[in-house]
Design a protein around this ligand. Structure first.
Ligand SMILES: C[S@@+](CC[C@H](N)C(=O)[O-])C[C@H]1O[C@@H](n2cnc3c(N)ncnc32)[C@H](O)[C@@H]1O
Length: 273
């Protein structure tokens, strides 16, 4: 099949465009079409050259804009039409991204592909919020779990093995079932005072970070009116967040400066009236 296209399944990382791999950026420049998800940031979409077609297949938890089967069909049809496609996904395609399913569909249709990893939200948010995922003497193991099962199936996880005080727990898509998650972890033996963090829009200018304890986490998230995308990190490593922070504080200073500048302009205008 000479006219067969090619699919690059590419991880876009968590938001900061400079966290894309060199390979991902090169592939965007060489693509005919980019098929992208909702969590791909505008800064990253700005890297797509003009003239390259873009197809949004954005999905939100509970609100599937384009069903998975239809996404597969779009990509397969483009490949059969001989296009060079970048299938761009937030974070890493193989971390809670259904990347494996998309590649299985390509295999079934004998379409050539490659997979380019991206920085997953856990790594990006950990670095940009001052929380190392492992730390000698604090955490020997990292567990990545999803807090949401497809089609709103009950969250049936092995809480005994997850509630380990010597490990770090990272929860993707954890907002909708958070009270149940907190209750199940405490019930399974994780101390209610275990340090816990929530990071929203990690690695971007709008990153929000909440530092609290496991038992206070739900209230703290509501107080800050945090909405998806939020990643949750639970474990002793969270206690290092203020000491190791380098990003959140600089963001807050920037926001304060912007507020001050605006106020000055406003006050100046008031003086001239
Ligand atoms: C469908 S999963 C996709 C994960 C993605 N494949 C990855 O490797 O990061 C979407 C979830 O990832 C997390 N997430 C992705 N980007 C994030 C960000 N910039 N800040 C915080 N959480 C993020 C949130 O928990 C969100 O609900």
């Amino acid at each position: 099949m000479d006219n067969q296209g090619f699919v690059s399944l590419v991880g876009a990382g968590p938001g900061d465009a400079e966290l894309m791999t060199v390979k991902a950026v090169r592939l965007l420049q060489q693509a005919d079409v980019v098929v992208y998800d909702r969590l791909v940031s505008d800064d990253i979409l700005d890297l797509i050259p003009t003239g390259v077609s873009r197809i949004s297949v954005g999905k939100e938890v509970g609100k599937h804009c384009v069903p998975q089967e239809q996404i597969n069909e779009i990509v397969i049809n483009l490949a059969k039409a001989g296009r060079r496609i970048v299938r761009l996904k937030g974070g890493d395609p193989y971390m809670f991204g259904r990347g494996g399913e998309e590649v299985l569909a390509l295999r079934e249709h004998h379409i050539d592909f490659e997979v380019v990893p991206g920085i997953t939200a856990a790594s990006g948010c950990s670095s940009y919020s001052g929380i190392p995922l492992t730390h000698r003497g604090m955490s020997r193991r990292v567990q990545f779990i999803t807090g949401h099962f497809n089609d709103n199936e009950p969250l049936n996880l092995n809480w005994k093995s997850i509630a380990d005080p010597d490990s770090t727990l990272v929860i993707y898509m954890g907002l909708s079932n958070l009270p149940l998650v907190i209750h199940s972890l405490i019930d399974a033996g994780l101390p209610a005072t275990t340090p816990a963090a929530a990071v929203r829009n990690g690695t971007t200018e709008s990153q929000q970070r909440v530092l609290t304890t496991l038992e206070q986490l739900n209230d703290a998230i509501h107080q800050q009116r945090m909405k998806a995308p939020v990643i949750i990190i639970i474990g002793e490593v969270v206690s290092l967040a203020d000491e190791l922070d380098w990003f959140q504080e600089s963001l807050e200073i920037k926001h304060l400066q912007a507020f001050d500048e605006n106020r000055t302009v406003h006050e100046k205008n008031a003086l001239h009236r």
